[in-house]
Design a protein around this ligand. Structure first.
Ligand code: ADP
Ligand code: MG
Length: 269
């Protein structure tokens, strides 16, 4: 990552639940770290699945991203779990983050809190991935305000694009008012099942909608991916030869390649 000062920051966002945000946050981060990129994952979902999925007990994290966001006195050093794997660090969540969407409303600079946290951290990393909650509230707005781009996971099913306009509007709103650089960096298709005709049709439809943004890598429906978090393992640790591991490795390569073009002319769709 020569010639670049500070991390590329991506929000993994879709207000629909169950589309693969958390699975992508954990495993894309693991593959970026495995490729030698210093990577930070931020769990911004009160469900804390990214925290748990990486083997960190969300009931015992102590201070979490919640305190960091709402409490001026709390420092990153008190919250961050450094090097939970080689090249991989975590800002963990726990269930009290549910309160943040409401508490933030009353705070000064409420949309800029995550950005300010990252200002002091970006120099230490090549990539930061923010796992967003399934809503477009202030937590997601904080993530978008702090990000270079959005990675949008879409599940290969009918209605995959339903609700998409709201998310695109939110990105536009944040770009207009809070963070002029944020844009839709990439669309990743998840839970792809090559045996069904439907999957092929969905891929085609999404390719038409997002010709620039869609990543080539398709994340297959793979039981190894759904098992791994219950052991607190990434897919590379649980089954490094599985189709899911292969797909997330390929996605990481695409992200690294595409991220290198940010800021160069023509990168923004
Ligand atoms: P989100 O964070 O968007 O709510 P998750 O990543 O938690 O979505 O995924 C929802 C569920 O689907 C989880 O149980 C997860 O293990 C499972 N899952 C996600 N991606 C895959 C996949 N590619 N293959 C099989 N199961 C998957
Ligand atoms: Mg999730």
């Amino acid at each position: 990552m020569s010639g670049q000062s500070g991390a590329r920051v991506f929000a993994i966002a879709n207000q629909k639940g169950g589309v693969g945000k958390t699975t992508t946050s954990i495993n894309l981060a693991a593959c970026l770290a495995n490729a030698g990129r210093r990577t930070l994952v931020i769990d911004l979902d009160p469900q804390s699945n990214t925290t748990t999925g990486l083997g960190v007990d969300a009931h015992r994290v102590g201070l979490s991203v919640y305190e960091l966001l709402v409490n001026e006195g709390v420092t990153v050093d008190e919250v961050i779990k450094r090097d939970i794997r080689p090249n991989l660090s975590l800002l963990p969540a726990k269930v009290d983050l549910y309160a943040a969407d409401i508490e933030l409303v009353y705070l000064d600079q409420r949309e800029y809190r995550m950005r300010r946290i990252l200002d002091g951290l970006k120099q230490d990393y090549d990539f930061v991935l923010i796992d967003c909650p399934p809503s477009l509230g202030l937590l997601t707005v904080n993530a978008l305000t702090a990000s270079d781009g959005v990675i949008l996971p879409l599940q290969c099913e009918y209605f995959a694009l339903e609700g998409m306009q709201q998310l695109l509007n939110t990105i536009r709103l944040v770009r207009d008012r809070l963070n002029p650089k944020v844009y839709l960096f990439g669309v990743v298709l998840t839970m792809y099942d090559p045996r069904t005709r439907l999957a092929g049709e969905v891929v085609e439809e999404i390719t038409q909608h997002f010709p620039q943004e869609k990543f080539q890598s398709l994340i297959p429906r793979n039981v190894r991916l759904s098992e791994a978090p219950s052991f607190g393992l990434t897919i590379l640790e649980h089954d490094s030869r599985s189709p899911g591991a292969l797909a997330y490795r390929q996605l990481a390569e695409e992200v690294i390649e595409r991220a290198a073009t940010i800021g160069t002319e023509g990168a923004h769709a």
